[in-house]
Design a protein around this ligand. Structure first.
Ligand code: DAS
Length: 356
């Protein structure tokens, strides 16, 4: 019995090798996987460890070798750009990654780029690239909620789907995409709404489509400016300014806002309650900081659909503040980083927040 099982396993591996190598020889789209770390590169001690593991352990060549079928959808190569848990991503990491993606998509023989990434800040990187990489080629971010060592790990199918979408002609021109849990989401809209579960990534406005067994099914298109229709360009960005997020709640005070400004923040994202509301205890300080040139951007930490309305909870025209529209605080920070590389004018900033 054991011999039969081993023989069957060997035959399966041999056939998948020939499938993959045969496919490699065909004229397949060329997809580059840029690996940055995260759970999709994580490893736990036991198959029962779906939540207890170390992120950013498995190198990109092992991720690729673990899915021989990738060779049936594309000619895949890999680069290890970083090997970090994404909660540790910095503005400098964003610029480095953005420039590498921009260089790759300029190469005529490259059809698409996949970025494996930790899930904690994947939504921020996806939005950043959506704003600054001037291309119609698919750029697809992918992570996983469970390490590859766990039962029912999600990384293998997520990565296969990501490569399949990045190799697809019908994924062109749709902005940066995120493939998790069989869905194709817009890099602008998607956020990590749940931790621990494989259906963690949701867009308040719904996914763009689904990918099932290597085929894409599209249901809607992005409405905001992105990639080749963006006025921003990573090739013209070397560093990003300091933009910080202060979280609103009951019993609020102005300590964080003042500390951020004293530390050089060019803009402060107010992660407000409700419609981006600001406590009476904080308003005077924000008016003072605005007077000193710090941009004040009202967002809401209620972000499952809806948006901050200008001059509703606060007289934004009078205070010269900006509203973040439907962007959650962490996405508002990303847009502010990019926008401030182009303008310090609050009316221009507001236009940018409506358009992107
Ligand atoms: N720490 C998380 C990160 O790297 C692990 C993950 O979910 O990818 O974002």
């Amino acid at each position: 019995m054991f011999k039969k099982t081993v023989r069957r396993w060997v035959m399966a591996m041999v056939s998948s090798f020939f499938v993959a190598s045969a496919a490699m020889s065909a004229d397949k789209p060329k997809v580059v996987i840029l690996a940055t770390g995260g759970t999709i590169a994580g490893a736990g001690a036991d198959v029962t460890n779906s939540a207890t593991y170390q992120a950013a352990k498995v190198p990109v060549d092992k991720l690729i070798a673990g899915i021989p079928q990738l060779g049936t959808v594309a000619e895949v190569s890999g680069e290890q750009v970083f090997q970090i848990a994404s909660e540790s991503f910095t503005n400098a990491n964003l610029v480095t990654l953005g420039k590498r993606v921009s260089d790759l998509v300029k190469q005529k023989d490259i059809d698409g780029v996949v970025i494996t990434h930790g899930t904690d800040t994947l939504e921020e990187t996806a939005y950043f690239l959506n704003l600054v990489v001037r291309t119609d080629k698919p750029i697809v971010l992918v992570g996983s909620m469970r390490p590859g060592t766990a039962m029912s790990a999600d990384g293998m199918l997520n990565l296969y789907n990501a490569v399949s979408v990045a190799a697809s002609k019908d994924a062109r021109g749709k902005g940066v995409l995120v493939t998790m849990n069989d869905e194709i989401n817009s890099g602008r809209d998607v956020a990590k709404m749940v931790n621990l579960r494989t259906d963690a990534f949701k867009s308040p406005w719904g996914p763009l489509g689904m990918v099932v067994e290597g085929k894409n099914y599209w249901f809607r298109l992005p409405a905001k400016r992105h990639t080749s229709n963006s006025e921003f360009d990573i090739d013209k960005i070397e560093t990003l300014p300091s933009v910080e997020i202060a979280y609103g709640s009951g019993n609020a005070n102005d300590t964080a806002y003042r500390a951020f400004a004293a530390n050089g923040a060019k803009a402060i994202i107010h992660a407000g309650t409700g419609n981006g509301s600001v406590s009476n205890a904080v308003v005077p300080s924000l008016q003072e900081l605005r007077g000193k040139g710090v941009q004040i951007i009202r967002s809401s930490h209620v972000n499952a659909g809806g948006f901050v309305l200008r001059n509703a909870e606060q007289p934004d025209d009078k205070y010269d503040w900006v509203v973040a529209h439907d962007l959650n605080p962490q996405k508002a920070r990303i847009l502010a980083l990019v926008a401030l590389s182009k303008t310090q004018d609050s009316k221009e900033l507001q236009r940018i927040f409506w358009e992107y």
